[in-house]
Design a protein around this ligand. Structure first.
Ligand SMILES: [Zn+2]
Ligand SMILES: [Zn+2]
Length: 94
């Protein structure tokens, strides 16, 4: 299983686990990467995620999924796993 790499699509700043993001709906502050940009308080799903300039980042405001650098690899692994399961199922049907 590949490790998920999270970094800013613009400046490659990597979130350090701190709570720097405020919910646009209720103002709750949390680490948006803990919940894939969904507010843990009101459930609002944020499509874009801001970079944090005062923690060494830039002023980018990018789609949340763009922050997951190797997401395509992870999806590919997931698809491979699924197709292997299907092969096993087919085997038993025959
Ligand atoms: Zn909220
Ligand atoms: Zn940035």
């Amino acid at each position: 299983m590949a490790e998920i790499i999270i970094e800013c699509p613009q400046c490659q700043w990597r979130p350090d686990g701190g709570a720097y993001w405020a919910c646009g709906g209720c103002g709750h502050i949390w680490n948006t990467f803990d919940t894939m940009a969904q507010c843990p308080k009101c459930g609002h799903q944020h499509e874009r995620t801001a970079c944090i300039p005062w923690r060494g980042g830039c002023n980018a405001y990018e789609p949340h999924l763009d922050w997951y650098k190797n997401l395509d690899d992870l999806l590919q692994e997931e698809l491979n796993t699924i197709s292997q399961k299907e092969k096993i199922l087919l085997h038993y049907k025959i």
